[in-house]
Ligand binder design. Sequence first.
Ligand code: IMP
Ligand code: MG
Length: 180
Amino acid sequence: MNKLVKVHDREFEILLSREEIAARIESMGHEISAYYQMRKPVLLSVMHGAVIFASDLVRAIDIPLEMDFVRLKSYSGMESTGEVLMSQKWEKSLKNREVLILEDIIDSGTSMNFLIKKLREAGAADVKIACLLFKPHAFRYEYPIAWKGFEIGNEFVVGFGLDYDGLGRNLPAIYQLKTS
Ligand code: IMP
Ligand code: MG
């Protein structure tokens, strides 16, 4: 696995290997299966970033579940715009359903705060979150995050679904912006 990669004009260095990510997703899958036994939750993946995490995670979960997708947008380049848009809504009725949001990364927390509110308005019976990455020092809200893959620093990261201006999503590991 490459230790350094270039995405657009910037250099990134390895933060989490493919193997570390796979092992963590496997254990999250077991925990989620145990929690939702017999309850058929809807796993709502946030596009585009979370689809790679979601595709591995659902295969580590061995209980009946349904999948749906939502598209949110808030980032431009390496900066959050602070404004969240739902550019594609989920398809199913989520009324009285238990919803587990699958997100690639929670940074300020604004996107998930927006989505939780939308899901409550849609009548979801319960809303929980599983994210692959969490930036605790950037998080500005109080809501709980039921399953977190890894806590990381505030550095901008790419790979495993996460992009820098559209590129880097296909990297099999997670890389952070090289500062020196
Ligand atoms: P938040 O609303 O500030 O929590 O930002 C969440 C969204 O911003 C994520 O769904 C990502 O799409 C994007 N994002 C946040 N941090 C990063 C990063 O380090 N790399 C790539 N995308 C990021
Ligand atoms: Mg995202």
